[in-house]
Design a protein around this ligand. Sequence first.
Ligand code: FAD
Ligand code: SF4
Ligand code: SF4
Length: 487
Amino acid sequence: MINTDSNKQINMDNLAPDIRVQTFSEVATGYTPQQAKAEAMRCLNCKNAPCVQGCPVAVKIPEFIEAIKNDDNQKAREIIEQTNLLGDICGRVCPQERQCQSKCVRGIKGDSIAIGRLERFAFDVTAPNSTAPDSTADFTTPEPDAKGEHATNPQLNTKKVAIVGSGPAGLSCAATLAQAGIKVDVYEALHDFGGVLLYGIPNFRLPKNIVANFIDNLKSKGVRLYNNVVVGKTIKLSKIYTDYDATFIGAGAGLPRFQGIPGEQLSGVYSANEFLTRINLMHANRFPTFDTPVLIGDNVAIIGGGNVAMDAARCAIRSGAKHVTILYRRTEAEMPARAEEIEHAKEEGIEFKLLVNPLQIIGDDNGFVKSIELLKMQLGEPDSSGRRAPEPIPNSNFSLDVQTVVVAIGQTPNPLIRRQADHEQIPLNFNTKGCIVANEDDFETSIDNVYAGGDIVTGAATIILAMGAGRKAALSMIDKFKTHKQG
Ligand code: FAD
Ligand code: SF4
Ligand code: SF4
C-alpha cells in the first residue's frame, strides 16, 4: 500500500536480504507508476528550486517532476536529458542525499523528495526495452551547444573526435558529439566498455544491461568503439591527437592505493579494483565456468568505508564468504559511503568494525593470508577534510582470523598517460597528484584541441561529475568547431 503521510518519502521495494545475498540481481526494484506519481505529488514545485543548486549538472528537477505528475514520463526524461544523459545510472548511484536532496525544502520538516528514484523511474519507464507504453526514448533530443543553440550544423559532420576511455566521462562526451553529427572513435583499454560502471559497480546496484543499452545506442549513432587499445602503449597519444580534430581524455583513476603495511604482497590480498574487476567483469565468482579465479576464504576483511568498500563487501558475501567485516578507522558518521549502501550492507550481514586501523597482514608458511593485526583508534580534532581525525590508542592491538583482505582506501590516475607524455615530450600538464590539468570552463588542457574530464582531472570523484565533464567538453568542442568554421 502507498503511504499517505506527505512528510514521508514513498518507499521503494527491495529484494529481501536472505534472497539477495544469493544473487547479483538488482536490490532496489524501482517505483511503480503509482508510487512515482504519489512521490512526485509531494514536490512543491518551488520557484527558486534549491534542489537544482545541489545537482552538479543542474538537472531541471521541478520541471521533470511536474511532467511525472502529469503522467508525461517521456517529457520528464527529455527534460533530464537536457543536462544529464545518464539519468537511469545517476538516479541509482548518485550520492543524492548529499547533493540535490540535501537542499530540498521538503527535507526541513520531513523527508526530502526522492529525486533520484524519480529520475531513475523516468528513464526506466521510457527505456527502449521497457514494457511500459511510452518506451520509445533514446538520446536523440538535439543538444544545445554552449551558447544554448541546437547543434544541428551539417558542417560538423566533417569533424572527427577521438575519446580515450569509455567510462561515464568518455561515453557522455561521445553521445553529445554524436548527437551533433560529429564522427567519434572511442579507445578503451579493457575488453568491454563502460569503465567503472561495468567493472567496478556491481550488477546488484547498477544492472549491466543499462550500460550495454547506452553503448548499443552509441553504436547505432555511428560511434566506433575499439576495445583492448591502451593509449600510451598500443597507440601513441601523439598519434591520436594529430590524427583527429579534437581528443577527449577520460581515462579515470584506476590505480589503487595501498597502506604500505607488511603483508600486502601475500596471496589473498587484493586491491578493491582487482577484486571487483575479477568478479564483475571476469565473473570469477563462477570459476571454473569462467577462466578467472578469485581467492575468497570463509572470513573476508575489507579495509575502507566508501562505496567501493561496500561494493567489495557485498560482492564477497555473494561469492561464497561466510563472514565479511568492514574495517574502518573512524566512525559510521564519517563514512564516505552512501547511507543506503551502508544500510544494505548491514542488512546483508556485513559486520562493521569501526575505529580500527590495520597494522599488518600475517601469512601462513605457504604465503597465504591467515590473519590481520589491528589497532584500536579514537577520534581527535577535525583534520583538513573537516572530519575528526582518528588517533591510535596505545597497546590496544588485536587480531582477526581472515583468509582474504580487500584494500579499498582510494584510487589515483594511472601514470601511463603521464609517462607517455613525458617520454614523447608532449606538453600536457599534470598536477602534483598526477591528474591532468584542464580549464574549468571548457575542459581544454595545455594542448590545443585536447580536452580532459572525469576522474583523470578531479581524482576519484562521482559519476555525475564525470558525465557533466564529458558533456561540457563536447559542447565546448562543438562551439569551437562552429566558431572556426564561421570565422
Ligand atoms: P572511469 O569510469 O574510471 O573510466 C575510465 C576508462 O578509461 C576505463 O574503462 C579505463 O579502462 C579506460 N582507460 C584508462 N586508461 C586508458 C588508456 N591509457 N587507454 C584507453 N583506455 C583507458 N560514483 C558515484 O557517483 N556513485 C557511486 O555509487 C560510485 N560507486 C563506485 C564504486 C566503485 C567500486 C568505484 C571504483 C567507483 C565508484 N564511484 C561512484 C566513482 C565513479 O564510478 C567514478 O567517479 C566515475 O566512474 C569516473 O568516470 P570516468 O569516466 O572519469 O572514469
Ligand atoms: Fe540529483 Fe544526481 Fe539527478 Fe542531479 S543527477 S538531480 S544530483 S540524482
Ligand atoms: Fe520539489 Fe524539493 Fe525541489 Fe522544492 S526543493 S522543487 S519540493 S524537489
